[in-house]
Design a binder for this molecule. Structure first.
Ligand code: 8GP
Length: 829
């Protein structure tokens, strides 16, 4: 179809991408945008001026990309996610735009140190953990591969909290990341949509006997667009991430202004703007708060309005929707989109139910990220009816039609109807958002092979029986641009020298390294790189904790959200056992154990675990008998920018969740890609990592998923695992008896009691196998040639875990989308 887009507009005059041109742009930006004389500028001013110079170049390409997409009838993919864990933007944008070295040099010529300047940028931490980071990787890959793919989300004014230990327990501090403004965003005052809440549904009876509904009154808030250009690596494509900020409507303000209540008007205004104020810092529990439901609907309604507007502005009809638009729901958080699109198609565009439903189903797909029941969102019917009355009606109707179909297929099977219903009738009536997402999507995917199998067999077994063809697996991946090229420049250079640079676009090409993995010269270089990375990490550790660590020993790393199922406690028991063995005079191989990760603020058990790790670490790190044979550090405020320093320095990657609980994991991929060996259970993507790197190059241990199920069914008391295991018993007793604390026996006693009597994630049952796996790791580390061969083999075989493969899988199996690379030299620049 030819569109109304203006493809005849004159090309932009391209900005120079060389050092001289960048220097000029940075200097100009300092005066024109920052408003400072370069002589008076602070490092933060230089950060802003540099960011402005880069964004000018990105936005040029953004316009070219858009013109080309508009002209070429492309299918657009929209990624709806409540979370984007992006990290710092300057370096990523410089790298992907291809002007990193030139900018570094330009700053040097302006008398500025690039590394010091970039460190001033706050992380954009608009996410909790894996799910949010995956969303950021996917956007980067969409642009890199030239897909017309766009993100939608919320412009939280406060992102993920900053974590401090005071002195041992986690305390949360607000992350006011927009405090000094943000040079990367383009506010779009003209893209504002009114979003309604509450109110009532009015029925209109037409002459032809049909009924039409409208949603009226209640409260309206404006969603305003803020655009963040997203540059592809080594391509001219620049896509867009559109984040919505809440603004009070003028009408709403005026009501009180007219009544003369100025203070009330202003207070109400800030209350309505609170919708986009803060990210909920929970990564595995659904919170069921009204504000959260409003956040979800707010960004979904604005995004769908925007998507339909663009679709019609480009001259397409609603019948074209499935050919032009794919919408991916990142977990159930945006699932209300199914009801909202139905509402728009019927109430605004006048489609009949059946046609609207057909279109909906062809447009949406849903990614599930967790099997944990407590993470599955449900909303009380009462709340939904009050906040979104029209949507509740639509959900009832979807449910009715759906259950009628089930009844026809399984006559008389009332239990099945109860299990499948969108409304959970037990313990108060609740809308099951995961069921809404499944019923409203043409494809449902898990994020690793085991996870997808478990979705089919457990969580969504009844749905799988109805529609087996709708379930697909798309194993997660990570972007090598951030997690290798940026995080590990030395290893990148080393790979470049040996096998060239093609792997940066096609990670499978790392295989070219395999013939050399045992080469002594190569191994020596690899070891030098690791050592340098460890020194970089040692500096970070010293700056953040004051602890000095040596860099000639094994670095054993567990970085991820703190959760019982991820089993930081398993690592902690091992640390205590090592401590005891050293104090008993045993010759234990030296190591540095590094933890990082945040606990949800209301998750007391996770906070207890952080506290106890910090207290154990304090005792170990100050024990002269231990010296530097064992150090244990918990790096505060683990975030993307810290991860880029920790990951390249790791030797051992701890992926030790109870089998069946970690949907995939992506830290496991980043660490292995950087040459760490995994000690892990057969859980999530660990299984596929083992298949890729080979059994000899990974330390697998512990119960499998089916063994966990069987073990649970036996119902043994955890304490029974201590019998005949004196070292483990001693460790648990030391915790119980408060050996590591001077003033908080209660927390330690409670945690000991928990292990002995509850242990829901089978830490004690898996401990012997875990200790043995750690010993295998120590033995291999004692033979540097063997270790380095295994580490280099890991790197060579991690190609499958590139996010580019993940995105291609989505494009082929789910979106039916094709890349549209922006032609080089089309308009220069
Ligand atoms: C995470 C999974 O726990 C992790 O295994 C997976 O690699 C990652 O998603 C990406 O697929 N899940 C979440 O982060 C999650 O469910 N968070 C929601 C509650 C916010």
């Amino acid at each position: 179809m030819s569109t109304s887009a203006d493809t005849t507009a004159p090309p932009l005059s391209p900005l120079p991408h060389d050092t001289e041109g960048l220097k000029q742009s940075i200097r100009d930006a300092m005066v024109r945008f920052v408003g400072k004389d370069p002589k008076q500028a602070t490092q933060r001013d230089w950060l802003d001026a540099t960011s402005f110079a880069v964004r000018e170049r990105m936005i040029e390409r953004r316009l070219l990309t858009r013109r080309q997409f508009d002209a070429e009838d492309v299918k657009r993919v929209y990624y709806l996610s409540m979370e984007y864990l992006i990290g710092r933007m300057l370096e990523a944008n410089l790298r992907n735009t291809g002007i990193l070295d030139e900018t570094r040099e330009a700053l040097a010529q302006l008398g500025q140190d690039y590394d010091e300047i970039v460190a001033w940028e706050d992380d954009a931490a608009l996410g909790n953990g894996g799910l949010g980071r995956l969303a950021a990787c996917i956007l980067e890959s969409l642009a890199t591969q030239g897909y017309p793919g766009f993100g939608y989300g919320i412009r939280y004014e406060y992102g993920m909290f900053r974590q401090q230990f005071e002195p041992y327990r986690q305390v949360e501090h607000p992350d006011n990341w927009l405090r000094y403004g943000n040079p990367w965003e383009f506010p779009r005052a003209e893209r504002k949509y009114p979003i309604r809440f509450y109110g009532e549904v009015v029925e209109h009876h037409r002459n032809d006997g049909s009924v039409h509904y409208s949603w009226e009154d209640g409260e309206q808030i404006l969603a305003m667009a803020y655009d963040y250009p997203t540059a592809g690596y080594g391509r001219r494509n620049v896509n867009n991430l559109r984040l919505w900020g809440a603004k009070a409507t003028r009408d709403f303000d005026l009501r009180y202004f007219n009544e003369g209540d100025y203070i009330r008007a202003v207070a109400d205004k800030s209350q309505s703007e609170s919708i986009s104020m803060v990210l909920y810092p929970n990564d595995a529990t659904a919170i069921g708060k009204e504000l959260r439901l409003k956040q979800e609907y707010f960004f979904v309604a604005a995004s769908l309005h925007d998507i339909l507007d663009r679709h019609t502005e480009l001259g397409y009809t609603l019948d074209d929707l499935p050919h032009q638009v794919a919408i991916q729901l990142n977990d159930t958080h945006p699932a209300i989109a199914v009801a909202e699109l139905m509402r728009l198609l019927m109430d605004r565009h006048g489609l009949h139910w059946a046609r609207a439903w057909e279109l909906c189903r062809q447009v949406f797909a849903y990614t599930n990220h967790t099997l944990m029941p407590e993470a599955l969102e449900t909303w009380p019917v009462d709340l939904m009816t009050r906040v979104l009355p029209r949507h509740m009606q639509i959900i009832y109707r979807i449910n009715h039609e759906f259950l009628e179909m089930v009844r026809r297929r399984f006559p008389g099977d009332e239990e099945r109807l109860k299990r499948l219903s969108l409304i959970d009738e037990e313990g108060g009536r609740n809308v099951r958002m995961a069921h809404l997402a499944v019923v409203g999507s043409h494809q449902i995917n898990g994020v690793a092979a085991l996870h997808t199998e478990l979705l089919k067999q457990t969580l969504f077994a009844d749905f799988y029986q109805l529609w087996p063809e709708r379930f697909v697996n798309v194993t997660n991946g990570v972007t090598p641009r951030l997690w290798m090229i940026q995080a590990n420049p030395e290893l990148t250079e080393f790979l470049g020298e040996k096998i060239g640079h093609d792997w940066q676009y096609d990670l499978e090409r790392l295989r070219a390294l395999e013939p050399w993995v045992a080469d002594p010269e190569l191994q020596q270089k690899f070891q030098q790189v690791k050592r340098k990375n460890k020194e970089r990490l040692a500096t970070l550790v010293r700056e953040r904790t004051g602890i000095r660590i040596r860099t000639d020993v094994l670095f054993d790393v567990q970085i991820k959200r703190i959760h019982e199922y991820k089993r930081q406690l398993l690592k902690l028991l091992h640390v205590i056992e090592l401590y005891n063995r050293i104090r008993d005079g045993e010759n234990v191989p030296p190591r540095v154990v590094i933890f990082g990760g945040k606990a949800a603020p209301g998750y007391q058990r996770a906070k207890d675990i952080i506290q106890v790790i910090n207290e154990v670490a304090d005792v170990i790190n100050h024990d002269p008998q231990v010296g530097d044979r064992l150090k244990c550090v918990f790096i505060p405020n683990y975030e993307v920018s810290a991860a880029t320093v920790i990951i390249p320095a790791a030797d051992l990657s701890e992926q030790i969740s109870t089998a069946g609980f970690e949907a995939s994991g992506t830290g496991n991929m980043k660490l292995a890609l950087n040459g760490a060996l995994t000690v892990g259970t057969l859980d999530g993507a660990n299984i596929e990592i083992r298949d890729a790197v080979g059994e000899d190059n990974i330390f697998i241990f512990g119960m499998t998923e089916s063994e966990v199920v069987a073990h649970r069914a036996r119902g043994e008391v955890p304490e029974a695992m201590l019998a005949g295991r004196p070292a483990l018993s001693r460790t648990v007793e030391m915790i119980e008896q408060g050996y590591f604390t001077c003033d908080d026996n209660a927390t330690h006693a409670e945690l000991g009691h928990y292990l002995r009597h509850q242990d829901p994630f089978f830490v004690l049952a898996d401990y012997p196998a875990y200790r043995e796996a750690c010993e295998r790791a120590d033995a291999l580390y004692a033979q540097p040639e063997c270790w380095n061969t295994a580490a280099l083999t890991n790197i060579a075989r991690m190609g499958y875990f590139s996010i580019d493969r993940t995105v291609r899988d989505y494009a082929e199996k789910i979106w039916d989308a094709t890349p549209e690379p922006v032609a080089p030299k089309r308009n220069g620049g």
